[in-house]
Design a protein around this ligand. Structure first.
Ligand SMILES: [Zn+2]
Length: 482
């Protein structure tokens, strides 16, 4: 862009006493024109840039388990939050949507990884085609849509929901979900989007690990050390790429996750078939929080069968779910939910598939909390905060991007201390389009006006020069034209 222009080459300091008058006038004109063009370009560059990265299932304390020099570097250069309380239920889809909406699951509508809508008789599953039905997602507006409505550009590499046209909007650039696309390819694509002609100011990057290994190995397995070290190396790859492309000091980088992980045991399995016939209900979603849809007229029977069945399991009627769960006011939440204690697994019978690690448990449990580190021009340096809620991230990101947040469950004042004092630009109200073509059009119009002005003044100067004595000093002519 305009940063390649050598502004000093037309500085009046270099021209004031030795250049002929015509050259001085031309130089002054060029200087003024460049100031204008540079100003229009600077408007674009002033847009805060933000990259939100989620390593799925990266528990908050994984960074303490093996050497993680790249996470440490971000903490030294920026901020760390030790405990982020995510939203109930601590599953992947609900929490990734919370991060970009600032809403609890009951409000944004993605209440589980697997959902059933009784009114419309539709089923949502992470692996099924309904995930691309925007209807499921449109109880909320994600940040990338708000960013684009303000005239900005967004880019998403595999972020859950980002390849769905929510409210008619895909991200400006996005990759359709494909788990086989390597992390490095996703990074390269995002960096291209930040630097390309249709440049983004907000990027989202998703990586499936260490969640997958955490499920398969269990988080306490020594083999997880290698997985965590590999994630740190991936973060190092991203840092190197940002540095080599000149983005590292410009982009605000947030590295977080959707949830943690806890160790399971074959000794801690609750079989629902032991307590109630599966003919009486439909089972929705998976352990450790399961939706129970009783058959017509069977709610009380199922409820009473399960209520005191097992000390490691709690059953709630929907209206009895504690308010602080923020998990009640949505049709997609079933009339009964079963919640098991940390480390326990609920299934209909033990022949079903079993994992050594899982998440989804109560969001008050430390083991469910994700990592959070961030650095960049908007963030303080070497600052540690004890606690935040994941719903607070949305107003924080809106503040960094200079966007007016939509109504949300978060609080900017709760996390304002993570930011340097000058990092809160005025929100865009109403949205101001800042298309590059628009800025250049303004620059061009101003340039044309200058050319006309210059010609008029040039004619005037030449005319005056012919009339006045030759001893007039150059310094008078080199006064700014504007
Ligand atoms: Zn996850």
């Amino acid at each position: 862009m305009n940063q390649n222009i050598d502004f000093d080459s037309v500085s009046p300091n270099r021209t004031s006493s030795i250049m002929p008058e015509e050259s001085v006038i031309k130089s002054s004109f060029l200087r003024a024109l460049l100031v204008l063009l540079q100003a229009s370009g600077a408007q674009l560059e002033e847009q805060s840039q933000l990259l939100l990265l989620s390593f799925d299932g990266f528990r908050w304390d994984y960074v303490n388990r093996v050497p993680t020099p790249n996470f440490r570097a971000l903490m030294d250069e920026g901020v760390q939050v030790e405990h982020v309380e995510n939203t109930y239920i601590t599953k992947t889809y609900p929490n990734h949507y919370t991060l970009v909406t600032g809403l609890h699951a009951e409000t944004h509508g993605i209440v589980a990884n697997e959902m059933y809508d009784r009114i419309h008789n539709r089923s949502f599953s992470m692996d099924g085609p309904e995930v691309y039905n925007s209807w499921w997602w449109e109880e909320a507006v994600p940040l990338w849509v708000t960013n684009q409505k303000a005239g900005r550009k967004s880019g998403a590499a595999m972020w859950p929901g980002s390849d769905v046209a929510i409210g008619g909007f895909h991200p400006t650039h996005f990759l359709s979900y494909n788990a086989s696309v390597p992390f490095e390819t996703r990074v390269a694509q995002l960096i291209d989007w930040f630097l390309g002609p249709d440049a983004i100011n907000f990027g989202m990057l998703y990586w499936e690990e260490p969640d997958e290994s955490g499920h398969n190995l269990g988080p306490e397995s020594p083999l997880m050390d290698v997985v965590i070290a590999d994630i740190d190396e991936k973060l190092g790859f991203l840092r190197d790429k940002l540095k080599s492309t000149g983005l590292y000091e410009k982009v605000n980088l947030i590295v977080t996750s959707d949830h943690g992980m806890t160790q399971l045991s074959h000794d801690k399995i609750i079989e629902l078939d032991t307590y109630v016939s599966r003919d009486l209900y439909t089972w929705i979603d998976k352990s450790p929080v399961v939706g129970i849809l009783p058959k017509e007229g069977k709610l009380e029977e199922v409820y009473s069968s399960l209520k005191n069945a097992n000390p490691n399991m709690v059953v709630y009627k929907k209206e009895e779910i504690p308010d602080h769960y923020h998990y009640k006011h949505n049709l997609r939440i079933m009339p009964l939910i079963v919640e098991v204690k940390e480390g326990w697994t609920v299934m209909q019978n033990r022949n079903e598939s079993f994992m050594l690690g899982n998440h989804g448990y109560n969001n008050s449990l430390p083991s469910m909390h994700p990592v959070f580190v961030a650095r960049g021009p908007a963030f303080r340096r070497d600052y540690t905060k004890a606690f935040m809620r994941s719903v607070d991230l949305y107003p924080l990101m809106c503040s960094i991007l200079g966007l007016k947040p939509l109504p949300n469950n978060g609080s900017l004042s709760s996390v304002q201390d993570l930011l340097v004092e000058t990092s809160t630009p005025m929100p865009l109200v109403p949205p101001i389009p800042r298309e590059p073509s628009y800025a250049w059009a303004v620059g061009s119009l101003l340039g044309a006006a200058l050319v006309i002005g210059f010609l008029l003044m040039f004619v005037q100067q030449v005319t005056q020069r012919q009339l006045r004595p030759m001893h007039l000093s150059n310094s008078e002519i080199t006064q700014p034209l504007l």
